[in-house]
Design a protein around this ligand. Structure first.
Ligand code: MN
Length: 527
């Protein structure tokens, strides 16, 4: 039986609500894009039976809700025009200009004619990364597009559904995570999980119920008593919100804990959101005075942010009824960053990352991507020429984290399947952050060695590594680095990569450089 949906098309008015009313030009641009896309998609339907424009308007609304600029919202509204309608790149350029065309082309898949099947799919991802490396807004639009597609997976024909769901979990959710977009990551995961791995989903859901995940009454009760205590202790300006653990995140945790559900203590979390950083510590002291915290669960991600920039204080308390509650304490600013990450810094209010004053919300992320922040730095990725018909300016003010650039560089490898497995392995493994003696942070996958580190700094350093000091001590070149290590690379002119190095590295970038060196040497030797 055909399932049908009856979704309402989001009105222009609803989208415009998020655009500042004083800015006439912005409102006109969004209005123009809305009407243009509506006309272009006229008569097209989604699998659900909805008009296609429902999807487009949802994408635009999601971007508006994140307070993205009118340009980005307009590009979101137009994102499927070139791919799915008669509208051409020339039309978009004429009507909306180069910047919007650049964004729309970035999210447009490659034509069916040039590539087929998996090859087309991998090539399209490569193109997406290449475009993202020039402008991170491309990925933000793509994530909102994917989010609506994931939410409507149940209408997608079965033979396509699992592939889209798995790809959402393996590629897009980790990207959202790495961009610090916690809400988007969670929503992508929870929408895709049941269709990607139905059996595992059922299994996780069972544990979720057993752990009282549906017992919202209990949650409400603790919620109330925490609020009451905070007021009693004179904490004035705060608000709270509850978060229930996502099933995919629960599943992954259960996998890590060998399905020992007694180790899961964060089915519920209560967020306490305050104005200033000192207020966070005041709230913590109230909580710990009134409830017994669990040992080893207190984490101060304000003093020591997570690698993706996440900041909050976490603690888990005994609630007195035999259960536990995780409490997350943060400021409004941290809360916004935790939800929308990179995107929270691209809003119309804060026009460029470059202008961000130190001490403002931007500083946290800067330290993790030290070299990505000089706006005039040449973008190192090469976009295959024929994939962009127009010469695009580099919108470098929307800076791009270094790791996305690396992905774009990796995207130039020959074999699309190799590329797919590379990005998955780079994302699947968690990342570590290792320091140079000067304190610059280098972002590497778990299991990376000093050779990876050296290549991540510069290929010339990588090619001539002769030794490595880790935390001041000489170590072998295949030593597995740990989060927080300080690594000093020793080089010598005569040092050369060997075959053995290939087994000692984790990053695709290092592998590629080493292979190139070995090949060159072989050629020279055979001369
Ligand atoms: Mn779309």
């Amino acid at each position: 039986m055909q399932k049908t949906a009856k979704s309402k098309i989001i009105s222009l008015k609803e989208i415009l609500k998020a655009v500042p009313s004083s800015d006439k030009k912005s409102r006109e641009l969004v209005e123009k894009a809305y009407n243009f896309a509506k006309k272009a998609h006229e008569g097209q339907k989604r699998y659900s039976g909805d008009p296609y424009f429902v999807h487009v308007a949802e994408t635009g609304k999601a971007l508006a809700d994140m307070e993205m600029s009118a340009t980005t919202i307009a590009a979101g509204l137009l994102h499927d025009t070139i791919e799915d309608t008669d509208v051409t790149a020339e039309d978009i350029q004429r009507e909306f200009g180069d910047e919007i065309l650049h964004l729309v082309e970035g999210v447009t898949k490659l034509g069916h004619v040039r590539y087929h099947g998996m090859k087309r799919h991998a090539e399209s991802l490569r193109k997406l990364f290449a475009a993202t490396a020039q402008d991170v807004r491309v990925m933000i639009i793509k994530l909102m597009d994917r989010l609506h597609n994931a939410r409507t997976l149940k209408y997608v024909p079965e033979h396509k559904r699992a592939r889209i769901a798995i790809e959402t979990l393996e590629i897009y959710a980790p990207i959202a995570d790495r961009l610090g977009m916690g809400v988007i990551k969670k929503e992508l995961e929870d929408a895709a999980f049941p269709y990607a791995y139905p059996k595992e989903y059922e299994k996780a859901y069972k544990v979720f119920k057993e752990l009282g995940g549906e017992d919202t009454k209990r949650l409400e009760k603790i919620h109330k008593s925490v609020k009451k205590k905070l007021v009693e202790y004179g904490i004035k300006n705060f608000r709270t919100s509850v978060r229930i653990k996502g099933l995919y995140s629960l599943y992954k945790k259960l996998e890590r804990k060998n399905w020992d559900s007694t180790k899961i203590k964060d089915i519920f979390a209560l967020r306490v959101i305050v104005n200033e950083v000192p207020d966070c510590y005041n709230v913590l002291s109230v909580i710990h005075s009134e409830w017994t915290p669990l040992p080893g669960k207190l984490k101060d991600y304000i003093a020591l942010p997570k690698p993706n920039g996440y900041r909050s204080i976490h603690t888990t308390i005994h609630t007195g009824d035999g259960g536990f509650l995780e409490i997350q304490i943060r400021t409004e600013e941290m809360h916004k960053e935790a939800q929308y990450g990179v995107a929270s810094h691209l809003t119309y209010k804060e026009s460029t990352w470059k202008n961000a004053k130190s001490g403002s919300g931007m500083s946290w992320i800067k330290q993790f991507f030290p070299s990505a922040w000089t706006a005039d730095k040449k973008v190192s990725c090469v976009v295959p020429k024929d994939e962009f018909k127009h010469k695009h300016k580099h919108y470098a003010k929307y800076s791009v984290p270094e790791w996305i650039r690396h992905l774009a560089e990796d995207a130039q490898c020959e074999d699309p399947n190799e590329f797919l497995s590379d990005i998955k392995s780079d994302f699947f493994t968690h990342r570590i952050f290792v320091f140079t003696p000067k304190g610059d942070v280098i972002d590497l996958p778990i299991g990376a060695t000093p050779i990876d580190f050296a290549f991540a700094i510069h290929s010339d350093i990588g090619r001539h590594v002769s030794g490595a000091k880790v935390n001041g001590k000489m170590e072998s070149l295949d030593k597995e680095l740990q989060n927080g290590d300080i690594v000093e690379i020793l080089t010598s002119k005569s040092a050369r990569p060997t075959r053995k190095w290939l087994d000692a590295v984790k990053t695709t970038m290092a592998k590629k450089h080493i292979k190139n060196c070995l090949q060159k040497e072989r050629k020279e030797n055979s001369k």
